[in-house]
Ligand binder design. Sequence first.
Ligand code: PEP
Length: 252
Amino acid sequence: MRARVVVGNWKMNGRHESIDQLVKALVKGLKPGGQVEVVVCPSSIYIYQVCSLIEGSLVLLGAQNMSEHDDGAYTGELSAGMLKDHGCRYVVLGHSERRSLFGETDELVAEKVKVALAVGLTPILCVGETLNERESGSTLAVVSRQVRSVIDLVGVTGVSQSLVAYEPVWAIGTGETATPAQAQEVHLAIRRQVGEIDKTVADELRILYGGSVKADNAEELFGQPDIDGGLIGGASLRVDEFLSICAAAEMN
Ligand code: PEP
C-alpha cells in the first residue's frame, strides 16, 4: 500500500500575514492519525517563516525549485543544501511553468533531480504534455521521454527516492481537469515504464496528479488505482479547499 501525498504548490503568492493565517489554519485543521503526507511549497523567501510555523505539526515543507549547482558564484540562486538547511524535505522540479517560462529542459531537470537526491531532498518530478501534444496523440511519448531522461541520469534507484507528478499542462491553472480515466492512463504508463526496469520500485512509486484539482473532483481522481495523491496549485491557497482535498486523499 502506497502512502498518499498531497502537496500544495503556492507558486509566487502570499505575504507574511496571509501565510501566517494559512499555515496556522492548516496546522489546526489536520487531524492527528491521518495517513496522508501533507506538504506545502511556499515561495522561497517564505520558507523560513513556514518552517517555524509548522514545527511539531503534521505539515511538511518543500520548495518550488532549486539550482542545479552546489553553493558558489550563482547570483540569485538557491542550492539544494540551503533548502535542506531550512527544513525542506521535498523540492518540486520540472514544473511546466519552469519548463515553458524559464527554458528548463529534460536534461536540466534530470540534473536537478540528481543534485536534490545527493543532499537527501525528495524530488517531486513534474511531467506532462501540452494541449498540442495531447491532440496530436503524443501524450505517452512525451511523458515517457521526460521520465526516461531522469532514469538515464539517476537510475531507477534515484526514481525510487522521488515522487512523480503527472501534470497535463493544459489542466494547470485552467480549471480544466483531466478526467480520472485520462489521468489513470498516464499514471499506469509511467508505472509500467519504471516496472520494465524494476517492478518493486514501480509498485512503490508514488505518482501524484496535478492540474485543477479541487475539493469536488479530488475524491474521484484519488480513487484511481495508480493515483497516489495530488500536486495542488490554486486550491492550496484556500485552506478549507486544501483541507477537503487532504481529506479526500484520506478517504479512499
Ligand atoms: C500546479 O501549479 O502544479 C497546479 C497543479 O496548479 P493548479 O492546481 O492551479 O492547476
